[in-house]
Design a protein around this ligand. Sequence first.
Ligand SMILES: Cc1cc2nc3c(=O)[nH]c(=O)nc-3n(C[C@H](O)[C@H](O)[C@H](O)COP(=O)(O)O)c2cc1C
Length: 162
Amino acid sequence: MQRTLRIIYASTSGHTEFVVDTLAKYLKERDPQMVTTLIRAERAMPEDLTKDDLTILASSTWNTGSIEGQLNPHMHAFLMTRAKDMDLRNGAFAVIALGDYRYFYTAKASDHLSAFIEHHDGKQVLPSLSIINEPFDQTERIEHFGDELITIMKTLTTKAEG
Ligand SMILES: Cc1cc2nc3c(=O)[nH]c(=O)nc-3n(C[C@H](O)[C@H](O)[C@H](O)COP(=O)(O)O)c2cc1C
């Protein structure tokens, strides 16, 4: 049975982009039935949050508004402004957050993404994946998250089934 996944992501220096590209490539190899759509937060529309069987929100942590520990500015603009009135009831979500140990609020984007899902009545169906520091040698963790995603997606009712 075909299942659909959408990954909405924000990335400034390319780290989050590396993580979601690595994940998408792994999922394609491991589960050819899964159809994955990647979309940058800059281009995302509120409806993108509810189109697929599962939606991943992925963001690095930034000092948006001059306060450390915030979402990447593009994800902040999408979730807190354009999508602020979205109803995510019955939607299945997962979270990927990046950060750096040099900052006090390490990878705090994770908390903001989970809180957005919860406040809009969505369901986060997996523990968040946090990637601290450069992601390039953390492929194994990304692939492990991919395996968990494949398992959980098999338990979800597909939108195609209604
Ligand atoms: C201006 C700025 C502010 C940042 N603030 C934080 C922060 O508060 N907490 C944290 O864990 N990482 C922080 N980081 C580190 C980034 O989250 C980290 O480098 C991440 O891998 C960048 O991912 P991206 O290239 O996808 O944007 C900050 C980086 C920059 C450049």
